[in-house]
Design a protein around this ligand. Structure first.
Ligand code: FES
Ligand SMILES: [Fe+2]
Length: 320
């Protein structure tokens, strides 16, 4: 539960102006707040003075966040900015800041057990999924937060190479085929196609991506998929964030596009349909046991083997 990468902690709408919230991820008590400049910041949660939790009653000031206990103010860099009853701050103390990104109407936290600065950026989903979403206009995100899980982030990433679960978990008549794939150290990107048209597809994706799903993983913590059906395009993000060594939370985001003909009568129906798949996956994931050497069929062995090798790059090196 200690992978390096970006992990979602919520949505932009969770943090109004000057909002302050206690959080707990990666075994750490944290405080998140939206500063007066509009930027989201996350710090270790406990004040360096006498340990009060800044997330419970702390408030935003011009200089950062003020502790509810004795009013010490901590700046965006985590340094002590002022002590109300002393003429100079305590320059040697800071509440550790965590790197944060706000993008895709979502808020992400950078975690690295080795303490490195972010090694990559959170992708802009509309740019990263452009073959599927170009020219589309989406409704605001529909968020869905699931807590108290024991689903490992890698379990979700393995979905990217698992065409055969679609038949059994999601009830598709046949398994999709992989029609495109790009992998680098950080990103796993694939397109799967459903139906005859895609069975023998080779070569570059044509403009018409009908009946395909583009899937993108940016590390193990951030994923998007964009599905193009006859009803339109929908984009879904399924992100698992570790809470501690055993527990996780899942942030699901749903974006439905406006109909091309301007009639938006089917938004609710399409949203509900988009939200149908996750509960089925979750039932499996919640009770699945990670199998170190899985028994794999021929058509899935290459994908799983390569994905698991890719995934090893996100874990801190083991010290023997
Ligand atoms: S504990 Fe934060 S100011 Fe005293
Ligand atoms: Fe699934």
């Amino acid at each position: 539960m200690n992978p390096t990468g970006w992990f979602q902690l919520g949505w932009s709408t969770d943090f109004g102006p000057e909002a302050v919230k206690p959080l707990h991820y990666f075994g750490s008590d944290l405080v998140a707040y939206r500063g007066k400049d509009g930027a989201i910041r996350v710090h270790d949660g406990h004040c360096q003075h006498l340990g009060a939790h800044l997330g419970y009653g702390g408030c935003v000031t011009d200089d950062g966040i003020q502790c509810p206990f004795h009013g010490w103010v901590w700046g965006p860099d985590g340094r002590n900015a002022s002590i109300p009853y002393q003429d100079r701050p305590n320059k040697s103390r800071r509440v550790r800041p965590w790197p944060v990104a706000e993008r895709n109407e979502s808020i992400y936290l950078w975690h690295d057990a080795e303490g490195r600065d972010p090694l990559w950026e959170v992708p802009d989903a509309l740019v990263a999924m452009s073959t599927h979403v170009a020219g589309r206009d989406f409704y605001p995100v529909q968020p869905s937060h699931h807590t108290g899980l024991r689903v490992h982030p890698q379990t979700v990433a393995e979905n990217a190479v698992d065409p055969h679960h679609f038949r059994f978990v999601h009830g598709t008549p046949i398994s999709p085929v992989v029609v495109d794939e790009h992998v680098d150290e950080v990103t796993w990107q694939t397109v799967v196609g459903f139906g005859k048209r895609w069975m023998d597809h080779t070569g570059p994706l044509p403009d018409n991506t009908l009946n395909t799903i583009a899937i993108l993983f940016s590390g193990l913590g951030v994923s998007f998929n964009a599905e193009h059906t006859s009803a339109g395009v929908r984009m879904i993000s399924i992100n698992v964030t570790p809470v501690d060594d055993e527990n996780t939370e899942l942030f699901a985001s749903y974006w439905i596009d406006h109909s091309l003909d301007g009639s938006d009568d089917h938004y609710e129906e399409r949203l509900n349909e988009a939200m149908l798949a996750l509960p089925d996956d979750l039932t499996i994931w919640q009770h699945q046991r990670y199998t170190e050497s899985p028994a794999l069929a021929t058509s899935e062995a290459d994908g799983f083997t390569r994905l698991r090798r890719w995934a090893t790059g996100f874990y801190p090196a083991r010290v023997e």
